[in-house]
Unconditional design. Structure first.
Length: 42
């Protein structure tokens, strides 16, 4: 995969976490992270 190939950023926001990923047009996951949501006080 070359740096000139397209990549897509995907963010899914739910009630308990954010799922974030970088994917190729063929839906291969290049990177992903899950971030738990917290209370408003944090």
């Amino acid at each position: 995969m070359a740096l000139t190939d397209p990549y897509y950023a995907v963010i899914e926001a739910g009630g308990t976490k954010f799922n974030c990923a970088v994917v190729t047009p063929g839906r291969d996951i290049v990177a992903e992270i899950r971030i738990p949501t917290t209370t408003p006080e944090e």
